[in-house]
Unconditional design. Structure first.
Length: 234
């Protein structure tokens, strides 16, 4: 397990050095519902998704920085006002008392069903009453689904042209910041904690060796997580 954790952190550091240039997309979502379900004392699953009503009304924006550019805006509570729009992030977490790692995926969906999907891997820490995650993105793909209109549309306003993005995909990137309001470090299950995420997508993919390593470590961590749950049930 120690080798898996250290390996993920090493690859995160490797990919971080190449992510500053050529940003083509930024994604920002606030007031997501953050949830954690423990499998045992050192692992579990984390999920953050857009919600509407109650104490949380998620909002967001996805901006294209490639000419002609554009910004798709998602108003507070947009999941109740749009037939498709959503943001979902799922992650397997392995942790100690104050630090940990996570491997998972995300999907951002626009007003008529187009999506941005990708994998993620990185590290968790805790400070000031917040869980914080930083890491890298891989295999990021923009899918022109739904009406296939070549446009990523906001539910409130704005849009950008999907074909304006440089090829070839998939792209890479970074989770610049993911925070969840929580005073303890995955010590127990929690639900509906205020969560925000900011991510950047870049046109230059990570080196093939780094991408394969992220994928391999993700499979290893996920395998350990599944085996632990199986042992716990037996």
């Amino acid at each position: 397990m120690k080798n898996v954790v250290m390996g993920i952190l090493a690859i995160v550091g490797l990919a971080t050095a190449a992510r500053a240039d050529n940003v083509i997309l930024t994604l920002t979502y606030s007031d997501l519902s953050g949830n954690y379900t423990a499998a045992d004392a050192t692992s579990g699953s984390f999920n953050a998704h857009a919600v509407s009503g109650g104490n949380l009304n998620s909002a967001g924006a996805v901006s294209c920085l490639v000419s002609p550019g554009g910004k798709a805006v998602f108003q507070p509570g947009f999941v109740a006002a749009s037939p498709f729009a959503n943001f979902v992030l799922d992650m397997a977490v392995v942790h100690g008392s104050t630090t940990g790692t996570g491997v998972g995926s995300f999907t951002a969906t626009d007003h008529d069903g187009d999506t941005i999907t990708g994998g993620l891997a990185g590290s968790w820490s805790i400070a000031g009453g917040f869980l914080a995650f930083v890491g890298t993105l891989g295999n990021v793909i923009v899918h022109d689904n739904g009406a296939t209109d070549d446009t990523f549309n906001g539910s409130q306003s704005g849009s950008w042209t999907i074909s304006s993005l440089p090829g070839p995909s998939p792209y890479s990137g970074a989770i610049v910041q993911l925070t969840a309001q929580q005073k303890t470090f995955f010590a127990s299950n929690f639900s509906d904690q205020v969560t925000g995420v900011t991510a950047q997508v870049v046109a230059v993919p990570p080196p093939p060796a780094a991408y394969l390593a992220i994928g391999g470590l993700g499979m290893t961590a996920a395998g350990i997580f599944v085996r632990r749950r199986s042992l716990q049930r037996s």
